[in-house]
Design a protein around this ligand. Structure first.
Ligand SMILES: C[S@@+](CC[C@H](N)C(=O)[O-])C[C@H]1O[C@@H](n2cnc3c(N)ncnc32)[C@H](O)[C@@H]1O
Ligand code: SF4
Ligand code: SF4
Length: 387
């Protein structure tokens, strides 16, 4: 069953390749309808994380209601969305999360992949919600990919998230998601944000995930007011000096040791590159031409670093998006913010769509793997045969 699912996933990706390439070609010449969406459905949260300040601005009264969200997603503007992710804040704090997801899954005619990130900290709410969302995706033939955030093993997680017994609660959600695989096939795993506080625990988290046979992705800490409300945390939490170099090595090790075609490797190489070259971005980003971010109050942003170009409760999102002044803002971001932006948002989606940067990445990742094999004595864990 797992093989059939993987095959279905790969077939979908291969079938969409010609359209992806065409989209990229057109998007480089004129604005196109977005294909990638991140919807932060609330800032309300069930954690108080050290590296993210969304929990400080959670206010249910400012969140769009289900009825308003329904109105916003009725617009023809969303017709080309292929990749949608729901995030926040903590999405499962919304009683109507399942309805919101169903609405997106049913309403976007081109939807291929639907993503959800959760703390998993309120298992009795999260577990039934995840199962219903998985069911809705399965009904529509949409790939569902979800991750539970884990920022340390045991106490470290509780400290980062400032939640008592947080690790045990998240683990309960993970166990339930694993058990759900008997009824629904979907991609699941854990997601870890690495920063000054838990950098020393990174290898430990990796070892734990391997023991648990959990797919794991690592995020490097970043600071963005529109998506994480945390621009003021940079001084407190960004690893610097020797710690930053250790973080670079950790990401490079992932490139060297993980399978070459693992989509996440592209992101890890990007992090290591950014540190090595003084934060000069080489990697592509789908949000430069095909992405959009919708925030809980209806504010529409081109990406996590763009200002709001308007509010969808007042104006049709298509009008906001295509108007000349908004497009001028997008150009301005591309010229001024993108060159030093760390964001990996859906970057692996963009990677395979942009042939030249991807081929360059494959060549460099292969060279890294060779270099690391040459440096290691025979029989060491890094020398695991050909990539
Ligand atoms: C903002 S959270 C929203 C979903 C949910 N509340 C959660 O924590 O999983 C989405 C992801 O962003 C990650 N994240 C939080 N703060 C971050 C930061 N400063 N830099 C990079 N990623 C961060 C979280 O660890 C999580 O995996
Ligand atoms: S990372 Fe997620 S759980 Fe933590 S404060 Fe931000 S939104 Fe909340
Ligand atoms: S600023 Fe960052 S997230 Fe926004 S489009 Fe540029 S690279 Fe992508």
């Amino acid at each position: 069953m797992a093989q059939t699912y993987a095959l279905k996933y790969l077939t979908k990706a291969a079938l969409s390749a010609p359209r992806d390439l065409l989209n990229s070609y057109i998007a480089a010449r004129r604005p196109i309808h977005p294909t990638v969406l991140v919807f932060n459905c609330t800032w309300v949260c069930d954690a108080r994380c050290e590296m993210c300040s969304n929990w400080k601005r959670g206010n249910r009264k400012l969140d769009m209601t289900l009825e308003q969200i329904d109105g916003v997603f009725r617009s023809d503007f969303w017709r080309n969305i292929e990749n949608a992710a729901i995030s926040g804040g903590e999405p499962t704090t919304r009683n109507d999360l399942v309805e919101i997801c169903e609405l997106m899954i049913d309403r976007f005619p081109r939807l291929r992949k639907f993503g959800l990130n959760t703390t998993g900290l309120t298992p009795h709410r999260a577990i039934p919600m995840i199962e219903k969302i998985a069911a809705a995706c399965q009904r529509k033939g949409v790939i569902f990919a979800m991750r539970v955030s884990i920022d340390g093993v045991g106490d470290m997680h509780n400290l980062v998230r400032n939640v008592k017994n947080g690790f045990d609660k998240a683990y309960e959600t993970i166990r339930a998601v694993r058990e759900m695989q008997r009824r629904y096939r979907f991609n699941y795993g854990v997601s870890t944000t690495i920063f000054s506080m838990n950098l020393n625990d990174a290898e430990n988290i990796l070892a734990w995930a391997r023991r648990e046979k959990l797919d794991i992705v690592f995020n490097m800490i970043r600071f963005t007011e529109p998506a994480l409300g945390n621009a003021d945390l940079a001084n407190a939490h960004k690893p610097v000096g020797e710690a930053e170099e250790r973080m670079r090595q950790f990401f490079l090790d992932r490139v060297r040791m993980d399978p070459l075609m693992d989509g996440q490797n592209y992101v890890y190489m990007h992090y290591a590159d950014m540190i090595a070259n003084g934060y000069h971005r080489l990697a592509p980003c789908p949000f430069q031409s095909q992405g959009i971010m919708l925030n809980p109050d209806g504010a529409l942003h081109f990406c996590e670093n763009s200002r709001a170009v308007g509010n969808c409760l007042e104006t049709d999102p298509g009008e906001l998006y295509f108007r000349a002044e908004s497009q001028a803002h997008r150009d301005e971001i591309r010229d001024t913010v993108c060159p030093t932006c760390l964001s990996p948002c859906q970057m692996n989606v963009a990677a395979v769509k942009q042939v030249v940067p991807y081929v360059k990445f494959l060549a460099r990742a292969t060279a890294e793997k060779r270099r690391s094999r040459r440096l290691q004595p025979p029989g060491s864990p890094g020398r695991r045969g050909p990539a």
